[in-house]
Write a protein that binds this ligand. Structure first.
Ligand code: G3H
Ligand code: 13P
Ligand code: ZN
Length: 309
Protein backbone atom coordinates (compact mmCIF):
# COMPACT_ATOMS: atom_id res chain seq x y z
CA UNK A 1 0.00 0.00 0.00
CA UNK A 2 1.37 3.44 -0.97
CA UNK A 3 1.16 5.69 2.10
CA UNK A 4 2.65 8.86 3.60
CA UNK A 5 5.04 8.63 6.55
CA UNK A 6 2.44 10.01 8.98
CA UNK A 7 1.16 6.81 10.58
CA UNK A 8 4.44 4.90 10.43
CA UNK A 9 6.27 7.76 12.14
CA UNK A 10 3.61 8.01 14.86
CA UNK A 11 4.04 4.29 15.51
CA UNK A 12 7.83 4.55 15.44
CA UNK A 13 7.82 7.33 18.04
CA UNK A 14 5.36 5.49 20.28
CA UNK A 15 7.06 2.10 20.08
CA UNK A 16 10.72 3.17 19.75
CA UNK A 17 11.87 1.80 16.41
CA UNK A 18 13.14 3.32 13.17
CA UNK A 19 12.08 2.96 9.57
CA UNK A 20 14.73 2.35 6.93
CA UNK A 21 14.73 4.74 3.98
CA UNK A 22 16.54 3.14 1.07
CA UNK A 23 17.69 4.87 -2.12
CA UNK A 24 16.50 3.36 -5.37
CA UNK A 25 17.56 3.91 -8.95
CA UNK A 26 16.77 0.70 -10.79
CA UNK A 27 14.56 -2.39 -10.77
CA UNK A 28 16.84 -4.81 -8.92
CA UNK A 29 17.59 -2.38 -6.08
CA UNK A 30 13.90 -1.65 -5.59
CA UNK A 31 12.89 -5.32 -5.70
CA UNK A 32 15.63 -6.30 -3.24
CA UNK A 33 14.31 -3.70 -0.78
CA UNK A 34 10.60 -4.46 -1.04
CA UNK A 35 11.18 -8.25 -0.99
CA UNK A 36 13.06 -7.76 2.29
CA UNK A 37 10.31 -5.53 3.73
CA UNK A 38 7.67 -8.12 2.82
CA UNK A 39 9.63 -10.97 4.44
CA UNK A 40 10.19 -8.88 7.57
CA UNK A 41 6.64 -7.46 7.57
CA UNK A 42 8.27 -4.05 7.94
CA UNK A 43 7.13 -0.61 6.79
CA UNK A 44 9.59 0.82 4.29
CA UNK A 45 10.51 4.14 2.67
CA UNK A 46 11.80 4.09 -0.91
CA UNK A 47 13.57 7.28 -1.86
CA UNK A 48 15.04 8.75 -5.03
CA UNK A 49 17.39 11.70 -5.29
CA UNK A 50 16.99 14.17 -8.14
CA UNK A 51 19.96 12.56 -9.92
CA UNK A 52 18.37 9.12 -9.46
CA UNK A 53 15.15 10.49 -10.96
CA UNK A 54 17.10 11.88 -13.89
CA UNK A 55 18.77 8.48 -14.36
CA UNK A 56 15.74 6.20 -14.00
CA UNK A 57 13.06 8.66 -15.23
CA UNK A 58 10.15 9.59 -13.03
CA UNK A 59 7.42 7.69 -14.89
CA UNK A 60 9.45 4.46 -14.84
CA UNK A 61 10.04 4.86 -11.10
CA UNK A 62 6.36 5.43 -10.39
CA UNK A 63 5.28 2.40 -12.44
CA UNK A 64 7.75 0.22 -10.53
CA UNK A 65 6.37 1.51 -7.22
CA UNK A 66 2.86 0.79 -8.40
CA UNK A 67 3.90 -2.78 -9.20
CA UNK A 68 5.53 -3.18 -5.77
CA UNK A 69 2.43 -1.95 -3.94
CA UNK A 70 0.27 -4.34 -5.99
CA UNK A 71 2.55 -7.24 -5.14
CA UNK A 72 2.68 -6.39 -1.42
CA UNK A 73 -0.60 -4.67 -0.47
CA UNK A 74 0.02 -5.54 3.20
CA UNK A 75 3.28 -3.52 3.42
CA UNK A 76 3.14 0.27 3.95
CA UNK A 77 5.44 1.74 1.28
CA UNK A 78 6.36 5.44 1.00
CA UNK A 79 7.74 7.03 -2.18
CA UNK A 80 9.96 9.90 -1.09
CA UNK A 81 12.09 12.54 -2.81
CA UNK A 82 15.57 12.54 -1.24
CA UNK A 83 17.40 15.89 -0.97
CA UNK A 84 14.97 17.92 -3.06
CA UNK A 85 17.10 20.86 -4.22
CA UNK A 86 14.33 23.37 -5.03
CA UNK A 87 10.58 24.01 -5.09
CA UNK A 88 10.19 22.96 -8.75
CA UNK A 89 11.66 19.47 -8.18
CA UNK A 90 9.51 18.92 -5.09
CA UNK A 91 6.39 20.05 -7.01
CA UNK A 92 7.23 17.77 -9.94
CA UNK A 93 7.50 14.78 -7.59
CA UNK A 94 4.27 15.65 -5.77
CA UNK A 95 2.48 16.04 -9.11
CA UNK A 96 3.80 12.60 -10.18
CA UNK A 97 2.46 10.78 -7.12
CA UNK A 98 5.30 10.83 -4.56
CA UNK A 99 3.76 10.64 -1.07
CA UNK A 100 6.62 12.42 0.68
CA UNK A 101 9.27 14.96 -0.33
CA UNK A 102 12.40 16.33 1.24
CA UNK A 103 13.33 19.93 0.67
CA UNK A 104 16.98 20.34 1.56
CA UNK A 105 17.57 23.99 2.35
CA UNK A 106 20.52 23.23 4.61
CA UNK A 107 22.92 24.94 2.19
CA UNK A 108 21.08 28.24 2.71
CA UNK A 109 21.05 30.53 5.72
CA UNK A 110 18.35 29.98 8.34
CA UNK A 111 15.85 32.52 6.97
CA UNK A 112 16.10 31.27 3.38
CA UNK A 113 15.81 27.66 4.58
CA UNK A 114 12.61 28.63 6.47
CA UNK A 115 11.18 30.45 3.43
CA UNK A 116 11.89 27.65 0.94
CA UNK A 117 10.72 24.89 3.29
CA UNK A 118 7.47 26.76 4.05
CA UNK A 119 6.83 27.21 0.32
CA UNK A 120 7.16 23.44 -0.24
CA UNK A 121 5.11 22.61 2.88
CA UNK A 122 2.23 24.82 1.71
CA UNK A 123 2.08 23.12 -1.69
CA UNK A 124 2.68 19.58 -0.39
CA UNK A 125 0.05 19.81 2.35
CA UNK A 126 -2.54 21.09 -0.12
CA UNK A 127 -2.00 17.78 -1.98
CA UNK A 128 -1.87 15.51 1.09
CA UNK A 129 1.90 15.01 0.83
CA UNK A 130 4.31 15.22 3.79
CA UNK A 131 7.60 17.15 3.94
CA UNK A 132 11.01 16.40 5.44
CA UNK A 133 13.28 19.40 5.96
CA UNK A 134 16.92 19.66 7.04
CA UNK A 135 18.64 21.91 9.55
CA UNK A 136 22.39 21.73 10.23
CA UNK A 137 25.16 20.54 7.96
CA UNK A 138 26.43 17.02 7.36
CA UNK A 139 30.21 17.26 7.17
CA UNK A 140 32.44 14.80 5.38
CA UNK A 141 35.86 13.92 6.78
CA UNK A 142 37.31 15.48 3.68
CA UNK A 143 35.87 18.81 4.79
CA UNK A 144 38.65 19.11 7.40
CA UNK A 145 36.87 21.57 9.67
CA UNK A 146 38.27 22.67 13.02
CA UNK A 147 36.46 21.85 16.27
CA UNK A 148 34.74 25.23 16.57
CA UNK A 149 33.50 25.08 12.99
CA UNK A 150 32.31 21.49 13.36
CA UNK A 151 30.29 22.50 16.45
CA UNK A 152 28.56 25.14 14.33
CA UNK A 153 27.57 22.48 11.79
CA UNK A 154 25.53 20.39 14.24
CA UNK A 155 21.83 21.18 14.48
CA UNK A 156 21.09 23.79 17.13
CA UNK A 157 18.18 22.51 19.32
CA UNK A 158 16.67 25.97 19.89
CA UNK A 159 16.81 26.73 16.17
CA UNK A 160 15.22 23.35 15.43
CA UNK A 161 12.24 24.26 17.60
CA UNK A 162 11.80 27.63 15.89
CA UNK A 163 12.30 26.07 12.43
CA UNK A 164 9.61 23.42 12.89
CA UNK A 165 7.18 25.98 14.33
CA UNK A 166 7.67 28.43 11.47
CA UNK A 167 7.74 25.96 8.57
CA UNK A 168 5.19 23.33 9.66
CA UNK A 169 7.46 20.60 8.25
CA UNK A 170 6.43 17.03 9.11
CA UNK A 171 9.88 15.64 9.96
CA UNK A 172 13.35 17.05 10.45
CA UNK A 173 16.76 15.79 9.31
CA UNK A 174 19.43 16.74 11.82
CA UNK A 175 23.23 16.86 11.86
CA UNK A 176 24.75 14.99 14.81
CA UNK A 177 27.96 13.65 13.25
CA UNK A 178 26.98 11.50 10.27
CA UNK A 179 27.98 12.25 6.69
CA UNK A 180 27.20 10.84 3.26
CA UNK A 181 29.28 8.23 1.47
CA UNK A 182 31.78 5.53 2.45
CA UNK A 183 34.25 7.68 4.42
CA UNK A 184 32.44 9.01 7.48
CA UNK A 185 35.06 8.92 10.23
CA UNK A 186 38.83 9.14 10.40
CA UNK A 187 39.04 7.78 13.95
CA UNK A 188 36.38 6.31 16.18
CA UNK A 189 32.76 6.56 14.98
CA UNK A 190 30.83 8.88 17.27
CA UNK A 191 27.42 10.56 17.15
CA UNK A 192 26.24 13.45 19.36
CA UNK A 193 23.40 11.73 21.21
CA UNK A 194 23.42 14.63 23.67
CA UNK A 195 22.28 16.96 20.87
CA UNK A 196 19.64 14.45 19.73
CA UNK A 197 18.27 14.36 23.29
CA UNK A 198 18.06 18.14 23.50
CA UNK A 199 16.28 18.28 20.14
CA UNK A 200 13.79 15.60 21.20
CA UNK A 201 13.06 17.55 24.40
CA UNK A 202 12.20 20.65 22.37
CA UNK A 203 10.25 18.97 19.54
CA UNK A 204 9.04 15.65 20.99
CA UNK A 205 6.32 15.20 18.36
CA UNK A 206 8.49 15.79 15.30
CA UNK A 207 9.96 12.64 13.77
CA UNK A 208 13.76 12.90 13.46
CA UNK A 209 15.69 11.75 10.37
CA UNK A 210 19.29 10.57 10.20
CA UNK A 211 21.05 11.01 6.85
CA UNK A 212 24.42 9.51 6.00
CA UNK A 213 23.60 6.51 8.14
CA UNK A 214 25.11 3.59 6.25
CA UNK A 215 27.19 1.18 8.29
CA UNK A 216 29.62 0.80 5.37
CA UNK A 217 29.35 -2.91 6.21
CA UNK A 218 32.94 -4.21 6.53
CA UNK A 219 32.09 -7.61 4.97
CA UNK A 220 30.76 -5.87 1.86
CA UNK A 221 33.80 -3.60 1.57
CA UNK A 222 36.07 -6.65 1.96
CA UNK A 223 34.07 -8.52 -0.67
CA UNK A 224 34.42 -5.60 -3.12
CA UNK A 225 38.17 -5.45 -2.49
CA UNK A 226 38.65 -9.23 -2.65
CA UNK A 227 37.13 -9.35 -6.13
CA UNK A 228 39.12 -6.57 -7.72
CA UNK A 229 37.77 -3.41 -6.09
CA UNK A 230 39.86 -0.69 -4.46
CA UNK A 231 37.97 0.91 -1.59
CA UNK A 232 40.55 1.37 1.17
CA UNK A 233 39.81 2.82 4.60
CA UNK A 234 36.03 3.05 4.21
CA UNK A 235 34.20 3.56 7.51
CA UNK A 236 30.55 4.10 8.47
CA UNK A 237 28.24 4.16 11.49
CA UNK A 238 28.38 0.81 13.36
CA UNK A 239 25.16 -1.15 13.85
CA UNK A 240 25.21 -0.67 17.64
CA UNK A 241 25.19 3.12 17.27
CA UNK A 242 22.36 2.98 14.72
CA UNK A 243 20.42 0.68 17.01
CA UNK A 244 20.85 3.17 19.84
CA UNK A 245 19.56 5.92 17.51
CA UNK A 246 16.54 3.77 16.59
CA UNK A 247 15.46 3.47 20.20
CA UNK A 248 16.39 7.07 21.10
CA UNK A 249 13.91 8.95 18.95
CA UNK A 250 15.25 8.68 15.40
CA UNK A 251 12.33 7.62 13.18
CA UNK A 252 13.93 7.45 9.72
CA UNK A 253 17.40 6.13 8.88
CA UNK A 254 18.76 6.80 5.37
CA UNK A 255 20.78 4.13 3.60
CA UNK A 256 22.29 4.36 0.14
CA UNK A 257 26.01 3.54 0.37
CA UNK A 258 25.43 0.04 1.86
CA UNK A 259 23.16 -0.85 -1.07
CA UNK A 260 25.74 0.40 -3.56
CA UNK A 261 28.37 -1.74 -1.84
CA UNK A 262 26.10 -4.82 -1.82
CA UNK A 263 25.32 -4.44 -5.50
CA UNK A 264 28.95 -3.89 -6.48
CA UNK A 265 30.24 -6.74 -4.28
CA UNK A 266 27.77 -9.24 -5.73
CA UNK A 267 28.49 -8.25 -9.32
CA UNK A 268 32.27 -8.28 -8.83
CA UNK A 269 32.12 -11.73 -7.20
CA UNK A 270 30.03 -13.15 -10.05
CA UNK A 271 32.38 -11.79 -12.69
CA UNK A 272 35.46 -13.23 -10.97
CA UNK A 273 33.97 -16.62 -10.05
CA UNK A 274 32.10 -17.13 -13.31
CA UNK A 275 34.09 -15.45 -16.07
CA UNK A 276 31.90 -17.21 -18.63
CA UNK A 277 28.68 -15.65 -17.32
CA UNK A 278 27.35 -12.83 -19.44
CA UNK A 279 23.61 -13.04 -18.86
CA UNK A 280 22.75 -9.83 -16.91
CA UNK A 281 20.07 -11.77 -15.03
CA UNK A 282 22.87 -13.81 -13.45
CA UNK A 283 24.87 -10.95 -11.92
CA UNK A 284 21.94 -8.56 -11.40
CA UNK A 285 20.00 -11.42 -9.80
CA UNK A 286 22.89 -12.04 -7.38
CA UNK A 287 22.99 -8.29 -6.68
CA UNK A 288 19.26 -8.21 -5.92
CA UNK A 289 19.67 -11.13 -3.52
CA UNK A 290 22.54 -9.50 -1.60
CA UNK A 291 20.63 -6.21 -1.38
CA UNK A 292 17.67 -8.12 0.05
CA UNK A 293 19.85 -9.83 2.68
CA UNK A 294 21.46 -6.47 3.58
CA UNK A 295 18.10 -4.75 4.05
CA UNK A 296 16.69 -7.69 6.03
CA UNK A 297 19.66 -7.53 8.38
CA UNK A 298 19.03 -3.84 9.02
CA UNK A 299 15.29 -4.22 9.59
CA UNK A 300 15.77 -7.24 11.86
CA UNK A 301 18.93 -6.56 13.85
CA UNK A 302 19.34 -2.78 13.78
CA UNK A 303 16.13 -0.79 13.21
CA UNK A 304 13.66 -3.09 15.04
CA UNK A 305 11.06 -2.49 12.34
CA UNK A 306 10.04 -6.11 11.69
CA UNK A 307 6.39 -6.98 12.27
CA UNK A 308 5.50 -3.27 12.46
CA UNK A 309 3.73 -3.14 9.07
O1 G3H B 1 22.37 11.54 -0.05
C1 G3H B 1 22.59 11.24 -1.21
C2 G3H B 1 22.18 9.92 -1.71
O2 G3H B 1 23.14 8.95 -1.40
C3 G3H B 1 21.85 9.98 -3.16
O3 G3H B 1 22.99 10.16 -3.94
O4 G3H B 1 22.50 12.02 -5.54
O5 G3H B 1 24.20 10.24 -6.08
O6 G3H B 1 21.75 9.72 -6.08
P1 G3H B 1 22.87 10.56 -5.50
P1 13P C 1 24.73 7.00 3.13
O1 13P C 1 25.68 7.58 2.15
O2 13P C 1 25.35 6.88 4.48
O3 13P C 1 24.12 5.73 2.68
O4 13P C 1 23.52 8.06 3.31
C1 13P C 1 22.44 8.07 2.43
C2 13P C 1 21.57 9.27 2.60
O5 13P C 1 21.63 10.01 3.54
C3 13P C 1 20.58 9.52 1.53
O6 13P C 1 19.91 10.71 1.73
ZN1 ZN D 1 21.08 12.20 2.68
Amino acid sequence: MLVTTKEMFEKSMKEGFAIGAFNINNLEIMQGIVDAAAECKSPVILQASSSAIKYARVNYLMKMIEAATEQYPEIPIVMHLDHGPDFETAKMCIDNGFTSVMIDGSKYDFEENVRLTKQVVDYAHSKGVVVEAELGKLAGIEDDVNVEASDAMYTDPAQAEEFVKRTGCDSLAIAIGTSHGAYKFKGEAKLRFDILKQIKERIPNTPIVLHGASTVIPELVQMCNKYGGDIPGAKGVPDEILHEASVSGVSKINVDTDLRLAMTAAIRKTFVEEPNAFDPRKYLGNARELIKETVKHKMTDVFNSCNKA
